[in-house]
Design a protein around this ligand. Structure first.
Ligand code: GYE
Length: 305
């Protein structure tokens, strides 16, 4: 309170820390769980949260960040919808002495002083785990045709999950990615692209979807085409949100690589340190696992999101 209240904790005032958070959107179950985690953790940590939803548009995120700079928040956190094109606005934040934390997704800026830390998953490792499962599952088969549903074009998880998977399946030459297209991380996008894939490719053995939502959309398209998801066409996804784990337990998905959206508590800890001028590691990687159909059945009752 007092006369310093408006300038916030970062400027030496006694008020609570004010965080501006520029979210990607509400495109997936993962994102909804991530937003909830950030909001709940801010509350629990006594941090005042200013929240904006960019509806998956970079220009909206840039506008939100500029408005947080204008409002002189103590710290800005954001999950960049795409990797490129952030240097200008991040330099504006730096000049205004407002620390920036990347959560969930990375930027490709050369200048690492534009942000304090990056909290989130190792997406290349996730893609590799997906590919490694398929390599094992493809042993003894002569031909395995894969179609890939990519995440948002230019987004770190789309680029990295593609790369990690491609690297892993090199070990099995019978595995071929015969088509690969973006479904924008949404259920409707996954469904539409899968419908087109099914029309133009007579023999599809496997769907590799960069998230559960697109995999769930693909299930609808496969069923509508009179085929059995999980049997006629196997499905591998990333995330392990509740609906995905349910479909895995039901036998419609074959394997899920976990990506945790519960970043809120770690984000608030990092924010407090950064605002207090303490040093933080430049990279904080989330711990995650993988799920088979059997493991999904066991995990489902405790799955919180
Ligand atoms: O996998 C997907 C979401 O950036 C890790 O974004 C996140 C991804 C997540 O839309 O479901």
């Amino acid at each position: 309170g007092g006369s310093n209240a408006a300038t916030g904790a970062g400027a030496g005032g006694k008020g609570p820390i004010v965080m501006g958070f520029a979210q990607v959107g509400a495109e997936s179950g993962w994102r909804t769980a991530n937003t909830k985690s950030v909001q709940e953790s801010a509350k629990a940590a006594g941090i005042t949260l200013k929240f904006s939803d960019a509806q998956q548009k970079q220009e909206n995120q840039i506008k939100a960040i500029r408005s947080y700079i204008q409002q002189k928040v103590d710290v800005i956190a954001f999950s960049p919808v795409v990797e490129t094109g952030w240097d200008t606005v991040l330099l504006e934040a730096k000049r205004a002495n407002i620390p920036v934390i990347l959560t969930d997704r990375a930027v490709d800026s050369e200048d690492k002083t534009l942000y304090k830390t990056f909290l989130g998953s190792d997406f290349v490792a996730e893609g590799k785990k997906a590919g490694e499962w398929l390599v094992k599952d493809s042993q003894g088969k002569s031909e395995v045709n894969v179609v890939e549903l990519q995440g948002t074009t230019g987004a770190a998880p789309a680029i990295d999950r593609k790369e990690g998977f491609a690297e892993a399946v090199k070990a099995a030459p019978q595995i071929k990615v015969i088509a690969s297209q973006t479904g924008d991380f949404t259920r409707s996008g996954g469904k539409q692209v899968m419908e087109a894939f099914l029309k133009s490719n007579p023999k599809i053995d496997v769907v590799y979807a960069h998230n559960d939502d697109m995999g769930l959309g693909a299930i609808e398209a496969i069923e509508a085409a009179g085929k059995v998801p999980g049997k006629d066409i196997k499905i591998i996804t990333v995330d392990a949100v509740h609906d995905g784990v349910q479909a895995l337990a039901d036998g419609k998905i074959n394997y899920i690589v976990e990506c945790s959206p519960l970043l809120g508590d770690q984000l608030m800890d990092l924010a407090k340190k950064v605002v207090a001028g303490q040093s933080v590691p430049e990279r904080v990687v989330t711990q995650e696992t993988t799920f088979t159909q059997e493991q999904a059945k066991a995990a489902l009752p405790q799955r919180k999101y």
